[in-house]
Design a protein around this ligand. Structure first.
Ligand SMILES: Cc1cc2nc3c(=O)[nH]c(=O)nc-3n(C[C@H](O)[C@H](O)[C@H](O)COP(=O)(O)O)c2cc1C
Length: 355
């Protein structure tokens, strides 16, 4: 393996998705056949990175993308979590061995896979496609599909409630403010404004309002400030899709590696959806608020939000027929649409290298 090939593999792998495009990984090239991936998480300042789970899932998505990318160059990649690492700074040792293996069919979708936050068509998934998605995530996870109009309407209602929590939570405000690159169509380290999913006028207004928490509060309180974003970002997209998919682990997700494996599965699911010509949007915030409720962890100083989150968790159980002790890994919606005109890009591999 030449250094050049290794860099090509990393260049493909770094297209893996991460929550809010945080790219919580750095690469240490130990040798031409050994990369140490230094993961980190954003739980200390990002409300949505509950116990680092979202970052751990992103690590899994990266490891799977790297494994797939290696097959393009005739290498088999395997990873192991290094012993003794803290959960906040896991190191994954990836080793590559030359082998006579064909390129994995998912490799061609690594770069074109991207999130679609806007309305998609309701053209349903075929049974064959649904089975391909089940095969993609493997035996450790199950998939539930919610496709009918009444299911999508129930989920739209759930997301409506969930979005109110998100948009009125003071602790979520700095996250929303910092992750959007305003006025941009592409962003290497954040989400560009045009990929957020609102119309240009609403984006302008959001940009102005989000300059201070006082403006957000005033707007929310007196001018129904959450209504338009909730319609555009949650209610309409929840109806305008082929299906919502809930991915559950067969056992309970307890260890760091359980979340990493969920990341492997979600990336395989996403790439397979892309191979159908469909798009996907993760819908993780209801699960995240549910994690807070179930673990009885406080996520806000605003007491009313804990009550709303509890109400949302009951509605979640109602909608999905789930129970208090069920585990969930990933929730998303999928559908056919035109290619989004805006998307997140990535930091250059050279900037991600620890050398
Ligand atoms: C674990 C995880 C959670 C995510 N949660 C959400 C989400 O709740 N809502 C959303 O719109 N996108 C979500 N995303 C998508 C990321 O924002 C997106 O992958 C990232 O900005 C890079 O953009 P790209 O996928 O278009 O390349 C999530 C991605 C991952 C890996």
């Amino acid at each position: 393996m030449s250094r050049d090939t290794l860099l090509k593999i990393l260049d493909l792998a770094h297209w893996a998705p991460s929550g809010d495009n945080t790219q919580p990984w750095r690469f240490e090239i130990v040798s031409n056949t050994h990369i140490a991936i230094h993961g980190f998480d954003t739980r200390d300042h990002v409300l949505y990175d509950f116990d680092g789970h979202a970052s751990h899932m992103a690590h899994g998505a990266l490891l799977e993308t790297l494994r797939l990318a290696a097959t393009r160059y005739g290498f088999r990649a395997g990873w192991m979590l290094r012993d003794g690492c803290d959960d906040t700074a896991p190191i994954y040792d990836v080793t590559l061995h030359p082998e006579d293996i064909p390129e994995d069919p998912l490799v061609e979708f690594i770069e074109s896979r991207c999130v679609q936050r806007r309305a998609m068509r309701t053209t349903p998934l075929s049974e064959k496609q649904k089975q391909a998605l089940r095969n993609a995530v493997g035996d450790e996870f199950t998939l539930q599909f919610f496709e009918s109009f009444s299911d999508r309407l129930s989920i739209a209602r759930l997301l409506w409630l969930n979005a109110k929590i998100r948009l009125t939570c003071p602790e979520a405000y700095p996250v929303h403010r910092d992750i959007i690159e305003w006025g941009a169509r592409f962003s290497t380290d954040r989400i560009p404004e045009e990929a957020v999913g609102v119309d240009p006028l609403t984006a302008k207004l959001m940009r102005w309002v989000m300059q201070s928490w006082e403006r957000v509060e005033f707007f929310n309180k007196y001018l129904g400030g959450t209504i338009i974003p909730r319609i555009q970002l949650d209610f309409i997209p929840a109806l305008a899709c082929a299906a919502h998919i809930l991915m559950k682990p067969v056992g309970r997700a307890v260890l760091l590696t359980d979340h990493v494996r969920a990341g492997v599965a979600l990336q395989r699911l996403w790439l397979t959806v892309t191979s159908f010509g469909f798009y996907l949007q993760p819908e993780m915030t209801p699960l995240i608020f549910l994690w807070y409720v179930r673990s009885q962890k406080q996520f806000s100083t605003e007491k009313a939000l804990a009550v709303q989150a509890k109400k949302m968790s009951l509605q979640f159980d109602n909608t999905f027929s789930t129970k208090e002790d069920d585990s969930f890994s990933f929730f998303c919606r999928v559908g056919y649409s035109k290619q989004p005109t805006a998307r997140s890009l990535r930091r250059a591999v050279a900037d991600l290298n620890l050398e």
